[in-house]
Design a protein around this ligand. Structure first.
Ligand code: ATP
Length: 711
């Protein structure tokens, strides 16, 4: 049971913000600072001194309930069930709350800018809001001193840290402890000191020359444990890089932690941070990335494809059951354990994964408020209209993980055939696309094919493949996530239930000879990864301003946000302005039924067709069609001007560089009832935008990302 708004007439209102464990928006306090007027139906709460409330704000894992003392006896008042205690001492509680709130604000702003000050000394790492569910356990105040000891490999060591600004070289700065799973791990939070001992990556591991891979954020190399000589893989992320984000690394570490122990997810064993790099030490996957492995082996059977599929599905089920969507399932992120066998495989690269609490553990508002994930809302729960909240906590949340099963469908198709189900072509035979060169027409064609969800099973390769395998592919490559298989359905599909035929597939030779398809996969990965990063950055960005247009009635007409800073609403009447260079999120209310996926597209070769918002059940399912304003009932988000035939008045915007026009249009029924738009901006955004800008100049650009809202 949760109190959303317990008010007392003429009482001051304390806004508790969005602490993840406190499902309270506002409390009314009387002149004594006591909470009163709490609805009688609230149960299971405790009462007592206000100081404890502050304590619970930081420590309780369970939703906290608040009630006034009249409802409870002494026994209930001391109940350990996560109740916060409010009563006598409420004044102190209020003072604590205000102090907490002030600190929260300061730290929140600090963290938005940098994780370290100019001298390299880490800023106090506030852990709240976006990272609440990531590192809630490690919250520390500026003055905190952490001391303790641990044991590693039979070796006792001590750690301790104070965050006082004391630069004395004699001060030993040793790591704080990070509870990764059951073990103890060393996490140097501060830059390593010259004479400190046993606290850096180099103190425990030695890098070798073997390069295992690289991605947008770092390179992965082999390292050896100094003590045991055992080999590991280490992902090294350069903190100086523009794409560095401490928050993202911490999130990745935490997701690794949640996934600890699963045999099909790469395991993180250690991680370090110094003033230049993050080091994520993982088990080494000696068999390499899946497709590379298949190519090198030159031999692949349907049964092997089945096993790999089962492994991936099992990893996805594990993650999805824990509220995590991987969001970047692609061949490069599926690694083979053994150089001689294709299976078992493990999923790696959890840096785009998003986590939300299981349904039964979360309250809609707290969940909405704290999750930087695919379905990230763009407003804060305190201001969100109930109907907007509905859009995020209804059917929408059931489908957010289906992007992973779509990706698995693409991978399965490639495994069985040796080429991708969707490929781009253009009229110019010499465009170079098939040799890996950029061609915007081919790229656009590819997008449209993915959007259309049209693919075939050419007889030449698929004639030999079992009907069961094809059936599974068909159930995964469903445009509509409602119809698409989830991980459970995959695992119980008949193709996975028993051994498949040992038919030798043409996959390896097709991967070699049909280079265009391998290239399709590879090139799209590279381009779209960047897009994903940007979308992700935007999704996790904080907002600092807000405008809401609500209750627009049943005829929204056309609402357009222009990149030049003006925001036009119904009928073209100016509604407000957006500063330039702000990224913008849009939350749209929809009728309860139907599918919702968020408005920012995460284009990726193995990601499902761009986000769609199914606002009505009865209109045809065509994203292309929905581009045109005169298509009744069509809505377009982040759409360039060309989407509504405005090419001549406005060049297609460079999305993310300047805020693109956002058009919401639709005349059919049902239509939008409210639209909430929130400009958001962080320095991280800007770094990403700049690097994206550079990239655009150097390569054949993807000028825009369109997210079609399909009805
Ligand atoms: N544990 C591992 N063992 C062996 N190779 C690995 C391991 N982890 C990663 N790699 C290799 O390094 C590559 C990049 O790793 P990873 O995807 O984690 O980095 P990233 O910077 O997050 O990449 P991306 O741009 O795909 O997000 C992988 O595709 C894989 O080939």
């Amino acid at each position: 049971m949760t109190i959303l708004h317990a008010g007392y007439p003429q009482s001051p209102i304390v806004n508790f913000g969005r602490h993840p464990n406190l499902n309270i928006s506002k409390l009314g306090l009387n002149h004594l600072g006591q909470v009163e007027h709490v609805p009688r139906q609230v149960k299971n709460s405790a009462v007592g001194g206000g100081g404890a409330a502050f304590h619970h704000l930081h420590t309780s894992a369970a939703p906290i309930h608040v009630a006034s003392s009249e409802f409870y006896n002494d026994e209930e008042a001391t109940s350990p069930r996560g109740g916060i205690e409010i009563g006598a001492g409420g004044g102190k509680m209020m003072a604590n709350m205000i102090r907490h709130r002030q600190r929260e604000r300061e730290a929140y702003e600090d963290e938005a800018l940098s994780s370290s000050d100019e001298s390299g000394r880490p800023m106090p790492r506030y852990v709240g809001r976006d990272t609440d569910h990531v590192f809630g356990e490690f919250e520390m105040d500026d003055e905190d001193v952490v001391m303790g000891s641990g044991r590693r490999g039979g070796e006792q060591y001590f750690y301790g840290e104070d965050t006082d600004d004391d630069d004395s070289e004699e001060d030993e700065k040793v790591p704080e402890m990070l509870p990764i799973g059951g073990g103890t791990r060393r996490v140097p939070r501060t830059p390593r000191r010259k004479n400190s001992s046993k606290c850096g990556f180099e103190d425990y591991y030695k890098l070798t020359d073997e390069h295992l891979g690289s991605g947008a954020y770092g390179s992965v190399k082999t390292c050896k444990s100094i003590k045991s000589s055992q080999e590991f893989a280490v992902k090294i992320v350069d903190k100086q890089g523009e794409t560095h984000s401490r928050k993202r690394i911490l999130r990745e570490v935490n997701i690794f932690k949640t996934c600890k122990g699963h045999p099909n997810i790469v395991q993180l064993l250690d991680w370090f941070e110094d003033d230049k790099y993050f080091y994520l030490v993982m088990e080494k996957m000696r068999g390499g990335p899946l497709l590379q492995h298949i190519l090198q082996r030159g031999y692949f059977t349907e049964e092997e494809a089945r096993r790999v599929t089962k492994d991936i599905a099992s990893a996805l089920k594990f993650m999805h059951d824990r509220g995590i969507a991987h969001r970047d399932v692609k061949p490069e992120n599926i690694l083979c354990t053994d150089p001689n066998h294709v299976s078992p495989v493990k999923l790696c690269d959890l840096d785009l994964a998003s986590q939300r609490q299981p349904q039964h553990e979360r309250h809609p508002l707290s969940q909405v408020a704290s999750e930087p994930d695919l379905a990230s809302p763009v407003g804060s729960a305190e201001f969100m209209a109930p109907e907007v909240v509905d859009a995020y906590v209804g059917d929408a949340l059931k489908y957010d993980k289906k992007c992973d099963t779509w990706s698995l469908g693409v991978i399965l198709y490639i495994m069985l055939a040796g080429y991708a189900p969707f490929q781009g072509v253009c009229d110019d035979q010499d465009c170079g696309w098939s040799e890996g060169k950029p061609c915007e027409d081919c790229q656009q064609d590819l997008f449209h094919r993915i959007q259309d969800g049209y693919y075939e099973f050419p007889e030449e390769e698929w004639g030999m493949i079992s009907e069961e395998a094809k059936d599974l592919v068909s159930n995964l490559l469903k445009r509509d996530p409602i119809d698409r298989f989830n991980a459970d359905q995959i695992l119980s599909h008949r193709w996975l239930q028993q051994s498949a035929a040992s038919t030798v597939l043409q996959t390896p030779s097709n991967l070699i000879y049909r280079k265009d398809s391998a290239r399709d996969v590879q090139q799209m990965s590279e381009h779209f990864n960047l897009m994903n990063r940007l979308a992700d950055t935007r999704l996790s960005a904080r907002f600092d301003n807000k405008m809401t247009m609500s209750d627009c009635g049943s005829e929204l007409g056309t609402a357009t946000i222009h990149g030049d800073g003006s925001f036009l609403s119904i009928g073209g009447e100016p509604f407000g302005t957006f500063p330039r260079k702000k990224s913008v999120g849009v939350a749209i209310e929809k009728p309860k039924s139907g599918e919702f996926t968020p408005p920012i597209s995460r284009a990726s070769p193995t990601t499902p067709p761009p986000s769609m918002l199914d606002l009505s059940q009865d209109l045809e399912d065509s994203p292309v069609k929905s581009r045109f304003a005169d298509d009744s009932g069509a809505y377009s988000l982040f759409s360039p001007a060309s989407s509504n035939g405005d090419e001549d008045t406005r060049p297609p915007p460079m999305i993310f560089l300047d805020m693109p026009p956002i058009q919401l249009f639709g005349t059919g029924a049902p239509v939008l009832n409210s639209v909430q738009m929130t400009p958001r901006h962080t320095t991280e955004d800007e770094a990403s935008l700049n690097s994206f800008g550079d990239e655009q100049e150097n390569t054949n650009p993807i000028h825009r990302v369109e997210t079609q809202v399909n009805v």
